[in-house]
Design a protein around this ligand. Structure first.
Ligand SMILES: Cc1cc2nc3c(=O)[nH]c(=O)nc-3n(C[C@H](O)[C@H](O)[C@H](O)COP(=O)(O)OP(=O)(O)OC[C@H]3O[C@@H](n4cnc5c(N)ncnc54)[C@H](O)[C@@H]3O)c2cc1C
Length: 371
C-alpha cells in the first residue's frame, strides 16, 4: 500500500523560502523549492544582515519572535557552525523626547529582552560617534551580523539531504487551482503537482498573489546602502540615528551607511527587477550626515553601493499563513527584519502546513488580520 505524501511547492529561494524548505524536512512532505535566480540572490543578498534586537518602541510579541529566532542562530553559533560578528547596537537620540522614548524602551527591555544600557552623549565617543548633536543612546552589546549566504547554503544543503527538490534558475509562471484550491505550479521547467504552495517571493510576492487572485497589503521601500572605505581601526556597532540614518561596521575599515525610508510605494510601482542606483540626493544626505555624526567616515571613499526593496506591511509584522485559496500560503512582508525573523517564520509555517495545527504565534501574523 502506498502512502500519499503532501506535495509542497515553495516559491522563492531567499532566506525565508530556504528556511521553510529546511524546516519541512522535519515533517512528512514532498518538498519542491523554485528559485528563478540563484539561492539568496534577491533581497537576502542586499541585506546588511544584522540580527536586530533593539526597537525604540518594543513590543513583547515582536521580542518573542526574535527570541525564538535567536535560539536557532545561537545554537549554530555555539557550535561554530555559522559566523556571527557581535558588534553591539546603538539607537541614538537627537531630541529629549526621543531620549524619553528610549528610556521607556530600556524599562521594557529590563523585564523582557536583551541586556541594554542607557548612555549619555559623552559615552558615545568610545563607540566612534560624535556626541555634539546627540541626547544619548540606548545600547545593547548583543546585536551583531550574520552571513546570509552561509545560512542559505547550509539550510539548502540540509533540506536537500532531507529529500527536498531545490531548483535554481526555474521560475514559477503560473499557479493552477480547481474548486478554490491549488493543484499545481507551472514553471519554466514544467508543471509540479501541489497540495500546498507557499509564496516566499520577497518583493515579488504581489506578482504571485495576482496569479491566484489573492491580495495582501504589501508596500515597498527602497533600501539603499553605501559602502564606505575608511582608515578606521575599529568596527562600528550598528548605529541607528533618530533621523533614520544608520551605519554598521564591516570588519575594521568598512562602514555600511543607509537610511530607513519613510516613503512607501504601492508594490506595483517599484519593480524588483529594475536596476537601481542610490542617487545623488541619498548620497549627499547620507555622506554628509554620517561624516558629521561618525568622524571616522569623514574622509571615507565610496567603495560600492546597492539598492534593495524592503516589503512592508501596515503593522510592521510579516504576513504568514493561509489565504482564501485553499493550500495557498504567504510568507512575505518581512520588511527590514527578514534575516532576523527567517528561522521563526520558516519553522512556524512549516509546522502549520505539515500538521494543520496553527501555532498560536501565527494568529498575530495571519493574512486575514487585515481583512
Ligand atoms: C538594504 C537592506 C538592508 C537590510 N538589512 C537587514 C538587517 O540588517 N537585518 C534583517 O533582519 N533584515 C534586513 N533586511 C531585510 C531582509 O534582507 C529581507 O527581509 C529578507 O532578505 C527577505 O527575504 P525573503 O526570502 O523573503 O526575500 P528574497 O531574499 O527577496 O527572496 C525571494 C526570492 O524569490 C525569488 N522569486 C521571485 N519570484 C519568483 C518566481 N516567480 N519563481 C521563482 N523564484 C522567484 C527571487 O528571485 C528571490 O530570490 C534588509 C533589507 C534591505 C533591502
Amino acid at each position: 500500500m502506498s502512502i500519499m505524501v503532501m506535495s509542497v511547492v515553495v516559491i522563492g529561494g531567499g532566506i525565508v523560502g530556504v528556511r521553510l524548505a529546511r524546516a519541512l524536512r522535519d515533517h512528512p512532505a514532498d518538498v519542491h523549492l523554485l528559485e528563478k535566480d540563484a539561492l539568496g540572490a534577491g533581497t537576502t543578498a542586499k541585506s546588511i544582515a544584522v540580527f536586530s534586537w533593539l526597537e525604540s518602541d518594543p513590543s513583547p510579541f515582536a521580542q518573542s519572535l526574535r527570541e525564538r529566532a535567536w535560539r536557532t542562530y545561537a545554537d549554530r553559533i555555539a557550535e561554530d557552525a555559522i559566523s556571527f560578528e557581535r558588534i553591539g547596537a546603538l539607537l541614538v537620540a537627537r531630541t529629549e523626547s526621543y531620549r524619553s522614548q528610549l528610556e521607556h524602551a530600556a524599562e521594557t527591555y529590563a523585564e523582557h529582552g536583551p541586556d541594554v544600557e542607557l548612555l549619555d552623549p559623552a559615552d558615545l565617543e568610545a563607540f566612534g560617534i560624535a556626541p555634539e548633536e546627540t541626547a544619548g543612546a540606548l545600547y545593547t552589546p548583543e546585536e551583531g551580523y550574520l552571513d546570509p549566504g552561509e545560512l542559505v547554503s547550509q539550510w539548502a544543503a540540509e533540506a536537500r539531504e532531507g529529500g527536498a527538490d531545490i531548483r535554481t534558475g526555474v521560475e514559477a509562471t503560473g499557479i493552477r487551482t480547481r474548486n478554490g484550491a491549488v493543484t499545481a505550479v507551472e514553471t519554466t521547467d514544467g508543471e509540479i503537482a501541489a497540495d500546498v504552495v507557499i509564496n516566499a517571493a520577497g518583493p515579488w510576492a504581489p506578482r504571485l498573489n495576482r496569479m491566484v487572485g489573492v491580495s495582501a497589503p504589501l508596500r515597498h521601500t527602497k533600501g539603499r546602502i553605501l559602502v564606505l572605505e575608511t582608515d578606521g581601526d575599529r568596527t562600528l556597532p550598528y548605529t541607528q540615528f533618530e533621523s533614520g540614518q544608520y551605519v554598521r561596521g564591516e570588519g575594521r575599515s568598512q562602514v555600511f551607511a543607509g537610511r530607513l525610508e519613510r516613503e512607501y510605494a504601492d508594490a506595483s510601482e517599484l519593480d524588483p527587477d529594475e536596476p537601481r542606483s542610490v542617487g545623488g540626493e541619498f548620497y549627499a544626505d547620507v555622506a554628509d550626515t554620517t561624516a558629521r555624526l561618525v568622524p571616522a567616515v569623514a574622509d571615507a571613499d565610496v567603495a560600492a553601493e546597492w539598492v534593495g526593496l524592503r516589503t512592508v506591511t501596515p503593522d510592521g509584522l510579516p504576513i504568514v499563513g493561509p489565504t482564501a485559496v485553499d493550500g495557498y500560503h504567504l510568507a512575505c512582508g518581512l520588511s527590514g527584519l527578514g534575516i532576523t525573523y527567517a528561522p521563526v517564520v520558516g519553522d512556524l509555517l512549516a509546522e502549520y502546513v505539515a500538521t494543520g495545527d496553527r501555532p498560536p504565534a501565527l494568529d498575530r501574523l495571519a493574512p486575514d488580520r487585515f481583512a
